[in-house]
Design a protein around this ligand. Structure first.
Ligand code: IPM
Ligand code: MG
Length: 368
């Protein structure tokens, strides 16, 4: 089949890891006879430098007309001035919002060969397999008012945490459905002891639970989840939560897998693709959860596996190519089992292979 993919490398290590993701796509295309038409588009700091805006209209158009988007990372110290009026991250936020990518799935698994790469005790990491479902287009990130101003008594700033029932329902639905197809345990994460939005969230989750008798729903406060994720991570199956909580918890969860460089993500909309031929496909944006890592950019040492696993998620979730997705994931597992490591997951950083070599090895394993 033919698919069109918008390729948005972004800033920092973004372009380096994206090159390796493209090698994976090409290898899958060759092995399974698909055509992945890839169109590059700019976003983030490089787009600010070139066009003055973090999300150029042409990039948005390309993304809108694609079956899926593969994104690297955005941001960097060059654009970090708090006084700046345009920010690289705004490009990503606008893209998520414009394409209504409200459901962000962040699977957290521990590859058995990487148990030692995590600073946590190996005994804690056995059997860890968590799916974090993060609400991505609402809450504190987007609601208005959101501004800074000056008064005679000093500066003021406001961000707003607002949710509608519909927004909460649709993300909880994703959580319930995912847990139904997994271990049937759903942890709804909130801060209901303090926040009104959380109390509403908790009420709606409780009401919805009747429709999913097979799922055991529990409510947990976000501060407690932050602790339990480190204390007893294998107790979780699916976690569903608000935008900001999900952002914070998934960085924490990446420690379980040994490195930020290991975790992929999928951001999905409910809309079916406009192209009827692929009525099954869902528009999605696929990106590693890590950032642009400016400190290691250009050195060829970034771990491309999070991006490569994001390609696997794209194949599975947007294109419904399960066998192809499995082929990517098992190639990653094979290469890791053979002992190859990028610096972030190599014991004491020793004997590491560069970014491009890791990409080549995974692509070759797919082809063999
Ligand atoms: C993430 C990132 C983004 C977010 C930034 C880059 C805006 O941290 O995808 O987790 O906060 O959502
Ligand atoms: Mg984040």
């Amino acid at each position: 089949m033919d698919f069109s993919i918008a390729i948005v490398p972004g800033d920092g290590i973004g372009p380096e890891v994206i090159s390796e993701g493209r090698k994976t796509l090409d290898a899958i295309g060759r092995a399974f006879g698909h055509k992945f038409n890839q169109i590059e588009a700019s976003m983030g700091g490089n787009a600010i430098d070139q066009y003055g805006v973090p999300l150029p209209p042409r990039t948005l158009e390309i993304c809108r007309h694609s079956d899926a988007i593969l994104l690297g990372a955005v941001g960097g110290p060059k654009w970090d001035d708090p006084a700046a009026t345009v920010r690289p991250e705004d490009g990503l936020l606008m893209l998520r919002k414009e394409l209504r990518l409200f459901a962000n799935l962040r699977p957290v698994k521990v590859h058995p060969d990487l148990i030692d790469a995590s600073p946590l005790k190996p005994s804690l990491l056995e059997g860890v397999d968590v799916m974090v479902v993060r609400e991505l287009t609402g809450g504190l990130y987007f609601a208005k008012p959101k501004r800074r101003w000056e008064t005679q008594r000093g500066r003021r700033g406001v961000d707003t945490l607002r949710y509608t029932e519909e927004e909460v329902r649709r993300i909880l639905e994703v959580g319930f459905n995912l847990s139904s197809s997994r271990r049937c345990k759903l942890t709804s994460v909130d801060k209901a002891n303090v926040l009104e939005t959380s109390r509403m969230w908790r009420q709606i989750a409780t009401e919805m639970a009747d429709q999913y008798p097979q799922v055991t729903l529990e409510h947990m406060l976000v501060d407690n989840v932050a602790m339990q994720l480190i204390r007893d991570p294998s107790r979780f199956d699916v976690i569903v939560t608000e935008n900001t909580f999900g952002d914070i918890l998934t960085d924490e969860a990446s420690v379980l897998s040994g490195s930020m460089g290991m975790l992929p993500s999928a951001s999905l909309s409910a809309q079916k693709s406009t192209r009827t031929r692929k009525s099954q496909s869902i528009m999605g944006l696929y990106e590693p959860i890590h950032g642009s890592a400016p400190d290691i950019a250009g050195k060829g040492i970034a771990n491309p596996i999070a991006t490569i696993l994001s390609v696997a998620l794209m194949l599975r979730l947007s294109f419904r190519l399960e066998e192809e997705a499995n082929a990517v994931e098992s190639a990653v597992a094979t290469v890791l089992s053979s002992g190859l490591r990028t610096a972030d997951i190599a014991p004491n950083g020793g004997n590491a292979i560069p970014t491009s070599k890791m990409g080549d090895e995974i692509a070759q394993t797919i082809s063999s």
